[in-house]
Design a protein around this ligand. Structure first.
Ligand code: CAA
Length: 283
């Protein structure tokens, strides 16, 4: 199946990055959010990130203008239904994702492929609540989307081979690399990455090292581009906690117990860069 139009639901940090890369690869994009403010902020961010690519010589000014003209921002979810491919990129909350797919259902064209950019939630369960589990997949981009090369493709139990092949083709056209993961809690990247971050938080909690010494250790001792606390603040501590909870509930193993310090930060509303405060202070 040929994909020409893409509907992205959720204009937060993942949604705006996804809209950006689809638009620069020639797809027509409809970017949806319930909040006009979030959409306005997303369009400004996309423009800023496109400018960055122009200044680095990766895009021309004409390509930037063409990409921007391909993105239509809308608060009306009905406008997403007629696209060839929908990518849900809302908050990591299963109930909310079900609600979104439910409100989209009456507007959907029969051919539309549905995907979720969830970083941990069962694709099979999300798919089962729609009318098209065979045309439903996990389509997991990494942050920052315009920079990171990987896209995880996760088949639900009912996903058809045609759907999988179609999305493999889309990833190729985006100039990214696909890795296929089975549908188990948090798939591949986050099954490994988020427990590493959780362990770094335990290392802090138990007084083994400070935020700075742990970050420096991983950056200079293991060549990570960001230390675990910089990365946690970048991903969002609420997202890190949501993923640890999915791992803990889904695999029933105490090794996935979220660190109480992570829980406390989230309860305080210290969610990382997006709230100006996490393990670092950005104010
Ligand atoms: N849009 C476009 N370009 C961007 C960008 C954006 N949002 N952010 C950074 N860039 C570009 C910069 O322009 C720069 O381009 P050049 O190579 O052409 O110079 C390049 O990316 C590097 O950026 P910077 O020089 O500003 O900064 P940096 O060298 O410190 O790199 C980084 C920033 C790419 C974020 C790097 O620190 C990094 O790779 N960090 C790790 C990110 C990571 O692990 N992401 C995965 C998170 S987990 C996830 O996403 C899964 C999940 O579900 C939670």
């Amino acid at each position: 199946m040929e994909i020409r139009t893409v509907g992205v639901i959720g204009a937060g940090q993942m949604g705006n990055g996804i809209a950006h890369v689809f638009a620069t690869s020639g797809y027509d994009v409809r970017l949806n959010d319930i909040s006009q403010d979030t959409l306005d902020r997303a369009m400004a961010l996309i423009e800023g990130n496109l400018d960055r690519q122009v200044s680095k010589g990766r895009l021309t000014a004409e390509e930037k203008a063409a990409a921007l003209s391909r993105i239509r921002a809308t608060t009306d979810i009905a406008q997403i239904g007629a696209t060839d491919l929908v990518i849900e990129a809302a908050t990591e909350n299963e109930k909310l994702k079900h609600e979104i797919f439910r409100s989209l259902a009456p507007h959907l064209a029969p051919k539309t492929i549905l995907t979720s950019n969830t970083s941990s939630i069962s694709i099979t369960r999300l798919a089962a609540a729609t009318d098209r589990p065979e045309r439903f997949m996990g389509f997991h981009f990494m942050n920052p989307v315009p920079v990171m090369q990987l896209v995880e493709l996760i088949r639900g139990i009912a996903t058809s081979e045609e759907t999988f092949r179609t999305l493999e083709g889309v990833v190729e056209r985006l100039g990214k690399t696909a890795a296929s993961a089975e549908d188990f809690p948090a798939f591949i990247v986050n099954r490994i990455l988020i427990p590493m971050i959780n362990e770094a938080i335990y290392t802090l909690y138990e007084g083994v090292g400070s935020v700075q010494s742990i970050d420096t250790s991983l950056k200079l001792g293991a060549n990570h581009p960001m230390g675990p606390f910089e990365l946690a603040d970048f991903i969002g501590l609420d997202t890190c906690l949501a993923i640890m909870n999915v791992l803990h509930d889904g695999l029933a193993d105490t090794k996935y117990r979220p660190c109480p310090l992570l829980v406390k930060y989230v309860e305080a509303g210290w969610l990382g860069r997006k709230t100006q405060r996490g393990f670092y202070d950005y104010r």
